[in-house]
Design a binder for this molecule. Structure first.
Ligand code: SF4
Length: 374
């Protein structure tokens, strides 16, 4: 992989992004922020799954009024997502660790100055969240949009990446003109190639930390695919300091998938480790009779789903590639005739393990992997 892009560091409460800091995984609640109980419950579940930064919409005075209590019970840095009404940003600032806003859509120069002053008062960073669905009118028109009944219609072929980047750079300029540089930027789109190109252009044009995401990516399966490709392509370029996988879901169990997928993307690229990672062969006609690779891999995944310590486990259906693959894992089990062998970092530690004992034995070994030797 190429070296990571050098982004300036920006602190979001105790979490610092940019520089060489871990690429942070974040999410956004799908609750009514004014409903404190539901919002805190969802935040808690996301934090337990590993979420490191959480954003809530602050779209009404009631939502803003709920922030002090949410702040009190929120275990991770809290971000207020605000559009159009700069007064909500002023109200939210004392109770959050970051504001997401687009200077371009909160009105007059005075409004912008007031939000920046408030962010400075509390040491908050601001994320400029550009989205191709909400470009400034003049930029949209410059890049091919037209007006129909005074409504902005995007060009048939969609906006080019340059439109998103122009908008991001304009917002950066607005903030810099007021001496503000605790800025984080995103240029999200639901179009994966467009989003990748926009981030690449932006990464070359500034040194602010970048928040990666494919927006409106759809429901679980589509989002996982689009996010893995879009976010993954950028991470492979060394671009990205924090990310969010967006899944169309309201229920907490589904929201948690955003965190799991985010970490799995980072894990697949060797950038972060997240709980137990099970590597399993795809099985074929050579799989030893009586050894069910798929079932064992699934059972280990289910039994270790709540373990946070990183252990890489491999499950291999026969001896052909088994020992080689096991050598790359922390723990590997390989079918070998009528019984299985278990390896620890490539070293054979157990043999003649009955197939029906494999899952339980692997669970025990995973649970005690970091215990000091007896
Ligand atoms: S490890 Fe063995 S069973 Fe699994 S895919 Fe390879 S050859 Fe087939």
């Amino acid at each position: 992989m190429p070296p990571r892009r050098k982004a300036r560091e920006v602190a979001i409460g105790p979490v610092v992004i940019g520089g060489n800091n871990p690429i942070a995984v974040q999410s956004m609640t799908a609750t009514d922020t004014a409903d404190v109980e539901a919002t805190v419950e969802q935040i808690t579940a996301l934090a337990e799954a590993g979420c490191e930064l959480i954003r809530v919409t602050v779209d009404t005075r009631k939502a803003a009024a709920a922030l002090p209590e949410i702040r009190r019970r929120c275990p991770i840095p809290l971000i207020a997502d605000i559009h159009f009404n700069h007064r909500l940003a002023l109200e939210a600032a004392p109770y959050v660790d970051k504001i997401r806003i687009n200077p371009g859509n909160i009105g007059s120069e005075d409004n912008i100055r007031a939000v920046i002053a408030r962010a400075n008062e509390f040491g908050l960073p601001i994320r400029v969240g550009v989205n191709n669905g909400s470009l400034e009118r003049d930029i949209a028109l410059k890049y091919g949009a037209h007006l129909k009944d005074n409504i902005l219609m995007p060009p048939e072929e969609g906006y080019p990446a340059e439109a998103l980047v122009d908008s991001a750079l304009r917002n950066i300029e607005i903030l810099e003109a007021h001496g503000f540089t605790r800025t984080i930027i995103s240029v999200k789109s639901s179009n994966v190639p467009l989003m990748v190109r926009a981030y690449r252009l932006l990464a070359a044009a500034c040194d602010y930390p970048l928040h990666l995401g494919v927006t409106e990516a759809g429901t679980l399966e589509n989002s996982n695919i689009k996010s893995s490709i879009g976010i993954g392509a950028l991470l492979l370029d060394g671009i990205g300091d924090t990310l969010r996988v967006s899944i169309a879901a309201r229920r907490t169990e589904e929201k948690v998938e955003e965190i799991k997928t985010g970490f799995k993307i980072l894990q697949a690229l060797g950038l972060r480790r997240y709980g137990v990672e099970v590597v399993a062969c795809p099985t074929c006609g050579r799989e030893d009779v009586g050894f069910d690779t798929t079932r064992i891999a699934r059972e280990i995944e289910a039994l270790t789903a709540r373990m946070s310590r990183p252990v890489k486990v491999s499950v291999m259906g026969c001896y052909v590639n088994g020992p080689g693959e096991a050598a790359e894992a922390d723990l590997g089990v390989v079918a070998s005739g009528k019984t299985a062998r278990i390896y620890r970092r490539g070293e054979l530690i157990e043999s003649m393990v009955p197939f029906d004992r494999v899952t339980q034995r692997m669970k025990e070994l995973i649970e005690t992997f970091y215990d000091p030797p007896a």
